[in-house]
Write a protein that binds this ligand. Structure first.
Ligand code: BG6
Length: 295
């Protein structure tokens, strides 16, 4: 048995011999599906998500770059739309690599996607005039999904960026979810005037939550549990911040592409990123960051 990879001009699909699968849309290099071997979906994707390139995808794993939210006070990115342009650009599929040597049970696949100054729209170049290239790699193994980014400054002046892996996880019941690994972490509470607060214990959700955590120990896994059972564990590489987001009733109502409207009960965003500060990349330098989500 081999890894089965198919692609057309809008998406790439891969299925492992053991049955797990992923789908990546070239629009945004957005991972829109990650299924276990029984076909159960692990990511949440809105039923009204636009998959035709007309809008960023509501669900899956949109990639935020080079600005998180909007940054009117940060001149170089001030003109960019919310969460930047990467999630709204068409990426190139650069190729795949598979490891099948040890047989059916642990075959894996890595899919690589690229976006650069040479391939973005001219409109975007006007808004953010830096020379860059991005390589985004999505690796599926039977028990994990890794998504990682390499950002290179190809120009002759430094630039500053923020980046985030905006992962929407599918869960059964938000009221039974807890997120551990953030105990004592400082966070910015975006639904309470951006106040600086400190987490006590696990994060549970009983209303709109929009927080930017900066855990002191970046190597500590973030675990998402439901009814006391750990569903997945996120280990970060060079991504110091963790955003936890659930829009709850009203915000979900307000998003035209969020369906069903009570879908907030079945999703939680736990997003690994470098978003609290700006990361400066000197001319010629590269930055690498990623997450491994294990089940
Ligand atoms: C989160 C932000 O990462 O993304 C939220 O913290 C934001 O503030 C959410 O609402 C969704 O953003 P968008 O642009 O996809 O609606």
């Amino acid at each position: 048995a081999q890894v089965n990879i198919t692609h057309n001009n809008s998406r790439v699909n891969a299925i492992l011999p053991s049955g797990e699968s992923i789908e990546v849309l070239l629009h945004g290099a957005t991972v829109t599906s990650w299924k276990d071997r029984a076909g159960n979906e692990r990511l949440w994707l809105s039923e009204a998500a636009k998959l035709d390139g007309s809008k960023a995808v509501r669900g899956g794993i949109p990639l935020v770059f080079p600005v998180f939210g909007t940054a009117p006070d940060h001149e170089p990115t001030s003109k960019l739309p919310q969460h930047g342009f990467a999630r709204n650009s068409r990426w190139d599929f650069l190729g795949k690599s598979t490891t099948e040597s040890s047989g059916q049970t642990d075959a894996s696949v890595k899919l690589d996607f690229g976006l650069s100054t040479a391939t973005i729209d001219d409109e975007v170049k006007k808004l953010w005039p830096f020379s860059f290239s991005l390589i985004y790699s999505v690796t599926l193994t039977p028990d994990a999904l890794r998504t990682g980014i390499v950002i290179t400054n190809d120009g002759d002046q430094p630039f500053e960026f923020q980046t985030l892996l905006h992962t929407y996880f599918r869960i059964d019941d938000i009221t039974k979810v807890s997120v551990s690994g953030l105990d004592e972490a400082a966070y910015i509470d975006k639904v309470d005037g951006a106040k600086e607060k400190q987490q006590a214990g696990d994060v549970t959700i009983a209303g709109e939550v929009d927080r930017v955590y900066h855990p002191a120990d970046p190597s500590k896994p973030i675990n998402v549990s439901e009814s006391g059972e750990t569903k997945l564990s996120i280990v970060r590489d060079n991504l110091g911040d963790v955003v936890v987001w659930n829009p709850w009733v009203e915000k979900a109502q307000g998003m035209g592409d969020f369906e069903p409207k009570d879908g907030y009960k079945n999703m939680i965003c736990v997003e690994a990123g470098a978003v609290k500060a700006w990361t400066k990349l000197e001319a010629g330098d590269a930055y690498e960051g990623g997450q491994i989500i294990s089940v």
